[in-house]
Structure formats: structure tokens, C-alpha cells
Design a protein around this ligand. Structure first.
Ligand code: GLN
Length: 193
């Protein structure tokens, strides 16, 4: 099984390292052809407006949408990646590009100036021990449909959620040595491949 990390902008190499440390074949995805060869794709943190424009320009957005809808691809969005997955974005720019695949309403930069970047211990639904979660100008989920399961929550909103073959976290699991979130996503990819 091969998993890709979208590689147009943002924190790519840390995700590739984590996947490889989980003994999974990991490749950087820059074009539609390489996307065809993976069963999962990580949308990394970065700047959601930039990543969104580039994936439309490179023709990747439509392929990602199609393969996600026909359930041949699992998707994991971290931070800016969560914003891209959202069906609705509050506080975005006008005509903010998005994939719009997940039934969630996301608020960008939701933690305000005081808490722009921070780390905290977080309970994650299926894990026995809390994880250390790193937040960098992070979004939160304000609303979600009944098809979405909240996996972790802070007072500001839901910070991790799953909807079928879609996973989103506000935080950056690639920035700590904990591999559990990547292992969770690899399991999701196994389920569909
Ligand atoms: N605030 C950024 C955005 O909305 C996300 C920041 C990040 O990915 N660390 O695109």
C-alpha cells in the first residue's frame, strides 16, 4: 500500500517521515499521475488559500474529489488541509478555494492572537493515552453533520473528526514523535484498499 503527501506547499517532509516510520511506502504527490498510484493522501499544513489555488491550477483538485467520492482514496487534512476539506469556511478570503468534501463548517485561525501557536495534551477518542497536539494558527470545526464523528475537542471547538474515508485534525501530528494519528490514518487506507 502506498500513501501520498500532497506536495505543492507546506509541511510535506515531516509527514513522509512519519509514514515511513510506520513502515508504509510514502510518496510526494505533485501531479495527477502520481495521485493515481496511492490509496491515501495527506493534505499538509501550510496556507490553505495557496494550496487550494495550486491544486486547482495543477488539475489535482478534481481528481482528489472524484477518487474520494468513489471511495478509492482516503484523505487526511491537517490544519490548512482541514480548511481545504471543509464544505464551508468562515473567515476565509472571498472565493476561497476548497475541496468541499467534508460536512463540516470550519473557522480559520480560530485561536486568536494570544494562542496563535501552542501545544496541549489532548484526549483522542480511540486512544488510551492523551497525545501532545501542536496548534499553529489552527482552524476549528464549529459545526458538523451527523455523518461526522468528533474525535477530539477543545473549548473553542472540535479539533479532530472523521467522516468515512475522510480525517481532519486542526493540529500537526507530524511535528511530534507520536505516530498514532498516522497509524490511525494508515488503518483507514487499509480499509478501502
Ligand atoms: N491558518 C492557515 C490557513 O488557514 C493554516 C495554518 C497551518 O496550516 N499551520 O491556511
Amino acid at each position: 500500500m502506498r500513501i501520498g503527501v500532497l506536495s505543492v506547499q507546506g509541511a510535506v517532509s515531516e509527514h513522509l517521515d512519519h509514514l515511513r516510520r510506520c513502515d508504509t511506502e510514502a510518496v510526494a504527490i505533485k501531479n495527477v499521475k502520481s495521485l493515481d498510484e496511492v490509496s491515501g493522501l495527506i493534505l499538509p499544513g501550510g496556507e490553505s488559500t495557496t494550496i487550494g489555488k495550486l491544486i486547482e491550477a495543477f488539475g489535482l483538485a478534481d481528481s482528489i474529489r472524484r477518487r474520494t467520492r468513489d471511495k478509492s482514496l482516503a484523505l487526511f487534512g491537517t490544519c490548512a488541509g482541514m480548511v481545504l476539506l471543509a464544505g464551508e469556511i468562515t473567515d476565509g478570503i472571498i472565493n476561497q478555494p476548497k475541496l468541499g468534501l467534508m460536512d463540516i463548517v470550519v473557522k480559520r485561525n480560530a485561536f486568536g492572537r494570544q494562542r496563535e501557536s501552542f501545544e496541549t495534551a489532548l484526549d483522542f477518542k480511540t486512544f488510551n493515552e492523551p497525545l501532545t497536539a501542536v496548534f499553529i494558527r489552527a482552524p476549528v470545526i464549529l459545526k458538523m453533520s451527523h455523518e461526522v464523528t468528533a474525535l477530539a475537542q477543545l473549548p473553542e471547538g472540535v479539533v479532530a473528526a472523521r467522516q468515512g474515508n475522510l480525517l481532519a485534525t486542526s493540529f500537526h501530528p507530524e511535528l511530534t514523535s507520536d505516530l498514532r494519528i498516522h497509524q490511525y490514518f494508515i488503518e483507514m487506507c487499509r480499509e478501502i484498499s
